[in-house]
Every structure is written in C-alpha cells, then in structure tokens.
Design a protein around this ligand. Sequence first.
Ligand SMILES: [Zn+2]
Length: 441
Amino acid sequence: MTHIHRPEVETREPAAQHARDDAAWRRQLRYLFDRSDFYRDKFRAAGVADAASCGGLDELARLPFTEKDEIRRSQAEAPPFGHHLAADPAALQRIYSTSGTTGDPCYMPVTAQDLANWIEISSRSYTAGGLRRGMRVVSTYNAGPFVAGAALDTITALGVCHIPVGTGNTARLVRALQLMRPEALLCTPSYAVHLAEQLAAQGIAADGLGLRRICVAGEPGGGEAQMRGRIEGAFGAMLCEAMGIGDVSISLWGECDAQQGMHFGGGDHVHVELVDPESGAPVEQRDGATGELVYTALTREAVPLARFRSRDHVVWWSSPCACGRTTPRVRCIGRTDDLVIVRGVNVFPSAVRAVAAGFAPQVSGAMVIRPLRRGVRQDPPLPVHVELGPGEAAPPAGLARAIEQAVRATLVASVRVTLVPFGSIGRSEYKTKLLDFGDAT
Ligand SMILES: [Zn+2]
C-alpha cells in the first residue's frame, strides 16, 4: 500500500485541483493588489488595473514573469525585505537568507502560516521519498541561515527519529551510520557519491550499513541514470530525489517508489507552469515535454511571488503513476545558471557529466568543464576534464575520443576531453561545482 501524506490533494483529479488552485489564486491576487507594492506597480505597468480584471489561472500567461534580479533590486531599494513584502513585519516568524557571495544576501522572511505550508508541502515530498514515522534518519544538512534548514522542521513534523550530523564531517557520519544503523540518509547526490568513495577507500561495505533509502536534494544529479545506479549499487538502497526553490518553497517535488520523476507536492499552495526558456511561451504539459518551471504562490503571506522563473529546466510527465498520485512529475535536466552555449547549442554541464559517466568504471563520474573564456557563450570545442576511475592508472586508449563522440551524438556539442587521474577533481560535501572558470581569460 502506497503511503501518501495528503491523499485528498495528491490523488485529486487534476481538473478539480485546478479549480481549487484557481480560487486560491484569485484570493492571492486580491492580497497582492492590497498588500504588495511590488506587484501592484508591476501588474499596473503591464496594463492590469486590479485583481478583478486579472482573471484567474487560465489568464496567468498574460501577466509578466518575475525574475530573481527584480527581487534583488527590490530588496536593495527597500531594505531589508523589499517592496514585495506583503505581510506586517511583526507577523514574520523566521527570516532565512542566501549565501550572499556577491554583496548582501537575499532575505526570505516567512510568517507562521508560510512555514506551516512549507512543512505541509515538503512532508508530501519526503513521504513520497519513503520517510515514515519512527524511521531513523540521518541528515547532513546544516540548518544555517538557509531556507533548506526548514527541512529540519519537516523531519520533526513527520515524526521520524532524526540524527543530524551536519555537513563536512564524514568521519562522524560514518560512525553514526555504523552505530545507529539509520534506515535513510538525506544528503546531496554529490555527497552520496563522495561518501561511497570514502567508504570504499576505508574498506567499509557501504551496502552492509543497513541503509534502505538515500534521499537526495540540493542539486541535479540524483535523476541521472549513471549517478543513481552508482549510489544505489554502492549502498544497496533506493534513491529518491527531491527538489525545491528557496524563493517559493522547500521540497516542492519528491520522487516516489516508481522512480519515474519527482511528484509535485505544492497543490493548494503553489501553481506550476512549464514554459519555453527562450520565448517564455507556455509549453503543453504532456509526457516528455521539456521546459523551465515557473511558480506562482497561491497562499504565501510574507513575500508572495507570481510567475517566478526558477531557471530549472525539466522533463515533464502528466500520465498516471503506479503509486496512485495524480500530480505531475519532473526530472531536472539542469539550471540556466550553469548553462553554456557552444555555437548556438545549449549545454548543461550536468548533461555532459551524465554522458561521461556512461563510461564507468573507466571513469569515476567526476567531471568539470573548464571554459577558456568567461561568460555563457563559448567556442567549440569546450574543454572538459573527466576523471578516470579508481584503478585506471593510465588513460585507456581511445577513451577521451569516445567520450567526445558520445557527447557530440547525445548533446550535439563539441567538447575536448582531458582525462585526469582519479581523485584529482575536487569532491564536495555539499554541492558540486561543474563549471570552473579558472582557465578563462
Ligand atoms: Zn508516483
């Protein structure tokens, strides 16, 4: 029997869900016109005078997108929360922030109700991923200032037995796994790979630790067949992927046992669109469609966003799933932030990695693209460093060429592969950097 956190939402007929979400959006629109200076100005500039003339969800595409840069500008103009703060500042319950590597971080305030809704949404995702009351779960996320820290509230709400070990201490994690025998591990896919390598190097059988679930999030990778196979094979456990976006909600998507993509868990709270990343035009939501995800908050109080461009590119499925959920599913292909364009061809580094990883065990799966110039547009061939597998002392003859040809055949992009020794590409205990501009002029 499939365990579903909120069956009345997650198995609802899509048309019935659309009607509920439409009503919620009309309420949220009135709230935006009443409370958000940012959206009142933005919508009026787009020729929409008030909530009543805006229509409902079916008319959503008439409204302009919201870009991350607008949110940054809004916060810079009206610090600390920006013109898009719609709630009474006294009603804020928690304030998350981004890393702010270039200047001030972005602040993401939530009210008590916003936080409760995040916990509801991510509970659907984590339940799809296999977490259950009473299960022992080890997490490697740091609460820190980041939105991802709200996942810890969800773990508590689900009633699992939580063993937090934080990021950056593999020895502590290994001891926790050996002594407390958790059934599930929550980490980034990079870290799962790193951990598998560390365990192998120490002669510890990863598949003897008793883990049944590896729940990954935080970056693309968990959906790539090679990386998934490698992690599942090493630990003898099922891998389930989750994905969220700080500006909208944590863990909006979560993968079920059918492993055919991550289910949308935002019903009643978030509306999702699929658009063409170049033109912004809506893409029909049918099986195999690809596009960028665009989110509209339906119940957000503190900083509600409408038509927010996620920069996450996905493959979409709407057909029924064996688990019984009626919600759509996606698999992430890559993020616009990482995209390079080689002579007009869009290349996601994660896609290059997926192709290169097909040559395992001759390669380790680690890869980094090292462009020769800064910026998105690159000349062919794109330099790619691919790491050899453990035990491959000398590069096998013809391997670099074979990877280059496979990338050309799959991604229509020209790359130049340099094979580098096992362990020479930096491992991350959080998110892996797939683009390195260190050689760029
Ligand atoms: Zn399913």
